[in-house]
Design a binder for this molecule. Structure first.
Ligand code: ZN
Length: 249
């Protein structure tokens, strides 16, 4: 007779997706056929493209990054730009954020927990084995950094120096983002995968209401609306004090 003692501990996913994630996923173009629930998916985020020069001397303009983030919505995550295979995950949501001096598009991506390889993918990502990314896109005009003309017809060469200035080109008039890939080594420096920080109800409500200077918080099972920043945390009792509470629901 064979007997076995199992003492393994289940490690919880460091990020638990929430309704905000599933709302964004379920409202993508070509949404999931059966609306996803937060407990059915795994989510990570990815520094996919930035305003730094890449190894081919091409560069996105900082002001174009929000447009890129918009265009990546719903696009597949492939492995190594292999377009003969289907995606292993899908981009949604995300943010434009700085890492040091560089501005990045950092979309989130999700995949289904029920997929037979779901846990393998999570383990390889979280273990840092899969750790670089690359964006695939279609654009109209490579604009020369030296003279501002189309690089295909001007006398300058990217990578050469003219009067002390390195020539590169801007990726102008980006038309489409076709996919983002996990790659063995990306052409753009600094790409990578990150954990999604869990947002508290308070943080999210503050973000959502920033424009009208109102915040909604959940506290001890009730919702409160306050008109002004800041929230002042009482160090003594760990309770919230709110400036200008106008009502509770
Ligand atoms: Zn030129």
């Amino acid at each position: 007779m064979l007997s076995q003692g199992l003492t393994g501990q289940l490690v919880r996913d460091p990020y638990r997706p929430d309704n905000n994630d599933t709302d964004q996923i379920n409202s993508l173009e070509n949404p999931p056929l059966i609306p996803l629930k937060s407990e059915e998916i795994l989510v990570r985020k990815c520094r996919l493209a930035s305003d730094r020069m890449d190894s081919r001397f091409g560069r996105f303009r900082t002001e174009d990054l929000p447009n890129l983030l918009e265009m990546i919505q719903g696009a597949p995550v492939l492995i190594g730009h292999d377009r003969k295979s289907l995606g292993i995950a899908r981009f949604f949501g995300g943010e434009i954020a700085k890492r040091g001096d560089t501005t990045w598009i950092i979309p989130k991506f999700y995949w289904a927990k029920d997929h037979s390889g779901a846990e393998d993918l999570r383990i390889q990502i979280d273990a840092g084995v899969y750790n670089e990314a690359s964006i695939a896109f279609v654009y109209q005009k490579p604009t020369c950094s030296v003279c501002g003309e189309d690089l295909r017809s001007c006398p300058h060469w990217p990578g050469k120096t003219y009067e002390g200035e390195l020539c590169f080109y801007w990726y102008d008039k980006v038309e489409r983002v076709t996919e983002g890939s996990l790659v063995y080594r990306g052409a753009a420096p600094g790409t990578g995968i990150e954990l999604v920080a869990a947002e508290s109800d308070e943080t999210r409500s503050m973000e959502a209401n920033k424009t009208d200077k109102k915040i909604t918080i959940k506290h001890r099972g009730k919702r409160y609306t306050a008109q002004l920043y800041p929230l002042i945390k009482d160090a003594g009792k760990g309770e919230m004090k709110l400036n200008g509470i106008t009502g509770g629901v």
